[in-house]
Ligand binder design. Structure first.
Ligand SMILES: NC(=O)C1=CN([C@@H]2O[C@H](COP(=O)(O)OP(=O)(O)OC[C@H]3O[C@@H](n4cnc5c(N)ncnc54)[C@H](O)[C@@H]3O)[C@@H](O)[C@H]2O)C=CC1
Ligand SMILES: O=C(O)C1=N[C@H](C(=O)O)C[C@H](O)C1
Length: 250
């Protein structure tokens, strides 16, 4: 029988961190060895082999750096990893051969597939808009998932030689047309009762394709998080997106 993998959770008191602790405790091949939250000394991370990090965007880079410097693999769900932060993490990883970090904006299988389908569909449609809908306690907008979806769509459009989305708006003093991520309109809704939802609307002449994903419960993220925990040690360096661990590489 193979040994159980020792796992610690950073952000353990939060909505996602608490769910991850429950999932790890329920897995036969994993042992929860540490729960850390704001203000805790991360130290040796309780002897963990893998850390799961769900905190806040401004704290995540330092937490992840600490883990890498301890030689511990990390599965990161926290949002806010822009190119500057990723670049700095790549630098840290270059000094720690063999350590793996997985950063995934969304661990729900349906959300990963939605992003992939949106990327596939993008070159066939002149118009596209992303609408993300979340619980009102979410601190960041747009969601990490929406930002990544928009970036993937924009890259697919650029590769296909499609120009800007058509939009005749010349007056929008209150920002009613939403944000733009890589030129793609993104709209954020915050509503009591919701967890995490997204629609991608793709419009062509006389038709619309709607791609929608709903996470009704945070358990939806757990199979992906556990898959990341089990695989991250076999993927040294930085991986962005769980799809790379699921055989969904291009
Ligand atoms: N990748 C994915 O599938 C998902 C990602 N998320 C992202 O995960 C993050 C956390 O989301 P929630 O759990 O809903 O937030 P939350 O606010 O419930 O939990 C965050 C936790 O981090 C703790 N924290 C704050 N500063 C810290 C620090 N310096 N060190 C350690 N812990 C610290 C807080 O005390 C809190 O317990 C967000 O960025 C969210 O967008 C959320 C759901 C799914
Ligand atoms: O804060 C959340 O809840 C979520 N955050 C992630 C994001 O910003 O995309 C993933 C999921 O949408 C839930």
């Amino acid at each position: 029988m193979s040994e159980s993998t020792r796992v610690a959770v950073i952000g353990a008191a939060g909505r996602m961190g608490a769910e991850v602790c429950r999932a790890v405790e329920g897995a036969d091949d994993l042992t929860l060895v540490g729960r850390f939250d704001q203000g805790d000394d991360l130290g040796d991370l309780g002897g963990a082999q893998v850390v799961v990090e769900f905190s806040v965007p401004d704290a995540s880079p330092a937490n992840v750096r600490h883990c890498v410097e301890q030689g511990v693999h990390v599965v990161v769900g926290t949002t806010g990893w822009d190119e500057a932060r990723l670049g700095s993490l790549r630098g840290t990883l270059s000094d720690h051969d063999g350590v793996g970090v997985l950063i995934a904006p969304n661990f729900a299988i349906g959300a990963i597939l939605m992003m992939r389908f949106a990327q596939e569909a993008a070159r066939f449609y002149e118009s596209v808009e992303v609408i993300e809908l979340h619980h009102p306690a979410k601190v960041d907008a747009p969601s990490g998932t929406a930002a990544r979806t928009a970036s993937l769509i924009a890259a697919a459009r650029a590769e296909a030689g499609i120009g800007d989305v058509p939009d005749a708006t010349t007056q929008d003093p209150d920002g009613a047309r939403g944000a733009r991520v890589d030129g793609i309109p993104v709209h954020s809704v915050r509503l009591r009762g919701l967890v995490a939802h997204q629609e991608v609307l793709l419009g062509g002449v006389g038709e619309m394709l709607t791609l929608r994903h709903d996470s009704f419960d945070r358990t939806s993220f757990m199979p992906g998080v556990l898959a990341g925990v089990r695989a991250v040690g076999d993927h040294p360096g930085l991986t962005v997106g769980l799809e790379h661990f699921l055989g969904l590489d291009d």
